[in-house]
Design a protein around this ligand. Structure first.
Ligand code: HEM
Length: 165
């Protein structure tokens, strides 16, 4: 993998951190404006549930749309890392973990809606969100600490990783 792939990985890493932050802030806004049940469908939103407050569906939809975009960013990182940086253990593991967390988080969000905002589910949703942000920040820090690879070999992690001592 070349320098362009490293740049792409770094850009995706930054995007994953900013995206996680944005989804969390939007989630807080959903919660504070009591918009969590603003959509009639748990995944696609459907129609606004409250004609007197159609803005709730817009706020909830924005949170979901940001979450799906964040999921795609993490998926792109997952593919890039497994194709080109599989031997970079910390990054491979953190990226895979981040993808698992984003899938779990989306599932919890859907269950939160389906259970009419069950407090335990919503609390789990908040708990996973904080862990997810931590994982994306740590992963981005490690990716930035490594220098671009000097070899085109797939298996060579960027120098400056723990492999090089
Ligand atoms: C990367 C993915 C996601 C992250 C990081 C995330 C994060 C958050 C956060 C931090 C909150 C505020 C929780 C609180 O204040 O207690 C929240 C609220 C919420 N999220 Fe998500 N979320 C994600 C995806 C989703 C998805 C895919 C859905 C639904 C399909 C969803 C549905 C909700 C709902 C309904 C609330 C409002 C809960 C309430 O009113 O108390 N979330 N989210």
């Amino acid at each position: 993998m070349g320098v362009r792939a490293v740049r792409l990985l770094r850009a995706l890493a930054v995007a994953s951190v900013l995206g996680a932050w944005a989804v969390i802030v939007l989630g807080g806004y959903v919660s504070q404006t009591e918009s969590g049940l603003g959509c009639s469908e748990p995944i696609s939103c459907g129609t606004p549930t409250n004609p007197l407050n159609p803005g709730a569906a817009v706020i909830e939809s924005a949170h979901r749309a940001a979450a799906w975009i964040e999921g795609l960013v993490v998926l792109a990182m997952l593919i890039l890392v497994w194709r080109g940086y599989r031997s970079w253990g910390a990054v491979r593991n953190l990226t895979t973990f981040a993808f698992g967390l984003v899938v779990l988080q989306a599932t919890l969000g859907i269950v939160a809606v389906a259970t009419a905002l069950n407090p335990l589910v919503v609390t789990a949703h908040l708990g996973v969100a904080t862990g997810f942000l931590a994982v994306t920040v740590l992963n981005a820090a490690i990716i930035y600490r490594g220098a671009p690879p000097t070899s085109a070999a797939e298996s060579a992690p960027p120098s400056g990783t723990p492999h090089s001592g």
